[in-house]
Design a binder for this molecule. Structure first.
Ligand SMILES: O=C(O)C(=O)C[C@]1(C(=O)O)C=C[C@@H](O)C=C1
Length: 364
């Protein structure tokens, strides 16, 4: 059974997160104090940006590549908070990272795709987060396994984290594609349809791998009703030590954000329409209602045969009163109004009389 309890909408995580979509931005990695602060200062000028992201410990595919500045960078992030008022978020992959982030007042933690892929690591993080009141965002695992993603969300939620979000960053492509990661939009849609209250952020930078595609992926995410976007930015991407091609300078980010259309209402034809699910439920309930009514009328007809044979009255007042009373009593206890129940049962009884009338007339 799918279970995520007490999930809090992202707008309730912090007072500052009062608009939609939530925009998270900042460098792939915190490289130097100058880079972190310069980028943050430029991002602060963009109204929509509320959260500053930076990788501090970078789990890279191969060793001997830049793996982040580690603990020192936490001080730079604190500086960002003090100077710009932006909230901060950092990737954590071990209990030590969690402890360091909490000690340095990082506002929001995120768990990366590689970590989500490993339930052992997730369980260790869940134990470290037990009883903490810190928001956590969980990226999808590298492979398109929705259960692995759900499992990670459940483990962290079970540790008492109710400020929880999923981040869709696309899935590892086994073949070369124009995008760095395959979006497989059906997976976040399925996740959202299983957990309506789970905030969903899209990470267009990692899906794209190339800044040219970030606008269109961001728009698609918003069209799917996602709650926010995590987009990498760097004050000088040409000199970035990692993910150079996908980072935007803050002014480019601003242009993209201004071009995005945020749909406020759910329209027919959107790929994800929560109403559609309720309507499917209604359809299925209505089918059952009609089938049950048909069954009831079939029994009424059989009673009609019996009454005809034994020459009994169609109208049985005592029985009708009992049917009405017990129906109203049950319906009221389930929250239905007496007026509605009275009308409904009266209609059913009227139809029963008509059916029995027909049965008896046929027998004449
Ligand atoms: O119990 C019967 O005698 C019925 O025929 C069934 C039924 C009903 O619809 O519930 C129909 C007519 C009677 O007046 C009372 C009840």
């Amino acid at each position: 059974m799918n279970e995520l309890n007490n999930l809090k909408p992202i707008n309730e995580w912090f007072k500052k997160l009062d608009s939609r979509p939530i925009i998270i931005s900042g460098p792939c990695s915190a490289e130097s104090e100058e880079q972190v602060l310069n980028t943050a200062r430029q991002l602060k000028e963009i109204d929509q940006v509320k959260i500053f992201r930076a990788g501090i410990w970078k789990p890279r595919t191969r060793p001997n590549t830049f793996e982040g500045r580690g603990d020192d960078a936490l001080h730079w992030l604190n500086q960002v908070k003090l100077e710009t008022g932006l909230l901060t978020t950092v990737e954590v992959a071990s209990p030590k990272h969690v402890e360091m982030c909490l000690r340095h007042n990082v506002d929001i933690l995120w768990i990366g795709a590689r970590t989500t892929s490993n339930p052992f690591s997730i369980q260790e993080l869940a134990s470290a987060l037990q009883g903490m009141n810190v928001p956590v965002m969980i990226k999808n695992p590298l492979n398109p396994d929705i259960n692995l993603w759900i499992g990670a969300l459940e483990r962290i939620n079970k540790a008492g984290i109710s400020k929880l979000a999923a981040i869709h960053r696309g899935f590892y492509p086994f073949e070369q594609t124009s995008l760095r990661n395959i979006p497989k939009w059906e997976i976040p849609i399925e996740l959202k349809s299983r957990f309506h209250n789970l905030p969903m952020i899209c990470d267009p930078s990692h899906i794209a791998g190339d800044r040219r595609y970030i606008q269109q992926i961001s728009q698609k995410a918003l069209d799917l009703n996602m709650d926010g976007l995590m987009i990498e930015s760097h004050y000088n991407p040409e000199e970035a030590l990692s993910d150079m091609e996908q980072q935007l300078i803050p002014s480019e980010l601003n242009t993209i954000l201004n071009s995005l259309i945020c749909r406020l209402s759910i329209k027919d034809g959107d790929d994800y329409n929560p109403l559609e699910q309720y309507r499917n439920q209604i359809d299925s309930i209505d089918t059952q209602l009609i089938e049950l009514l048909a069954q009831r009328m079939h029994t009424v007809s059989e009673i009609g045969e019996y009454k005809s044979e034994k020459n009994l009255n169609i109208l049985q007042l005592k029985r009708w009163e009992k049917v009405r009373e017990q129906g109203i009593e049950l319906g009221k206890s389930l929250g239905l109004s007496e007026k509605f129940l009275t009308q409904l049962l009266r209609m059913i009884h009227k139809e029963a009389i008509l059916i029995q009338n027909d049965v008896m007339n046929d027998k004449k």
